[in-house]
Design a protein around this ligand. Structure first.
Ligand code: KIV
Length: 267
């Protein structure tokens, strides 16, 4: 965490990517990025849900353990899932504590800065659990805020600014700003001492984070602020279809098994 703050002071851009299992964790480890996030976006990327809300604490921990087997160098952070920290500081402590005790995660991320949330953050930080904040588009509030760009009006920008200052005050070691106007992120980057890590928040941030599946073109619904670097889904589908065709073709040309010689046990 201190390294990230040093990088901010030095003007070295922080890079962060999400991972959801050991395979994606290995890609993220090999990327040389600074932070690996077991994001609750895995509810959509890996589990097929249409929002991040359904993923449970148990499921997040299962994925965090798998990612943790592949991540050695980057700081490993896990998202606290919906309703694991909104039901009071005791439950939040128990949930966050489980990530630090039962997975290799070194910090947790949680969304928003309502007074109940900042009270939870304060409690976690004072107990030695590092917390990354997350403002702007907060997917756990999708039914209230939608998927669109946030903080577009001047009063909303001022509200977000106050929340960012509050999160810093409560001890967050870094802040993710998602899908907000670039000028606001740029202003907060200058105003805050903690690193500001943007996603769809323009280029003038202390760091950038992306959902790895979006970057690699693996997600069916691409957010408007990420241009995939590969057409992976199409490529994978093509290769798998071609393999199936090849097997059927080879099967047709090979001689059929003799009826008096059926496959034995263990075939
Ligand atoms: O869950 C997630 O993937 C996130 C993004 C901000 C990276 O929180």
């Amino acid at each position: 965490m201190r390294d990230l703050q040093t990088y901010k002071r030095q003007g070295r851009i922080i890079t962060a990517l999400t991972a959801w299992d050991a395979l994606s964790g290995a890609w993220v480890e090999a990327s040389g990025c600074d932070v690996a996030l077991v994001g609750d976006s895995l509810a959509m990327v890996s589990l097929g849900h249409s929002t991040t809300l359904p993923v449970s604490l148990e499921a997040m921990m299962h994925h965090a353990q798998a990612v943790g087997r592949a991540i050695h160098r980057p700081l490993l952070v896990a998202d606290l899932p919906f309703l694991s920290y909104q039901c009071g500081p005791e439950r939040a402590m128990a949930a966050a504590g489980r990530f630090l005790k039962e997975t290799p995660c070194q910090a947790v991320k949680l969304e928003g800065a309502e007074p109940e949330t900042t009270a939870v953050i304060n409690r976690l930080v004072r107990s030695g659990i590092p917390v990354m904040g997350h403002l702007g588009l907060t997917p756990q509030s999708v039914h209230r805020l939608g998927w669109g760009r946030q903080a577009c009006s001047a009063p909303d920008q001022e509200r977000l600014r106050q929340k960012a200052l509050d999160l810093q005050q409560q001890g967050c070691f870094a802040l993710v700003l998602e899908h907000i106007p670039a000028m606001l992120a740029s202003r907060l980057r200058r105003e805050l001492e903690i690193p500001v890590i943007g996603i769809g928040a323009g280029p003038d941030c202390d760091g950038q984070i992306l959902v790895t599946a979006d970057l690699l073109g693996l997600t069916p619904s691409q957010p408007p602020f990420v241009k995939p670097r590969l057409q992976s889904t199409e490529m994978f589908k093509r290769e798998l279809q071609s393999w199936c065709r090849e097997q059927r073709h080879q099967g047709q040309t090979a001689s059929p098994p003799k009826e008096d010689n059926p496959p034995g046990p263990g075939y």
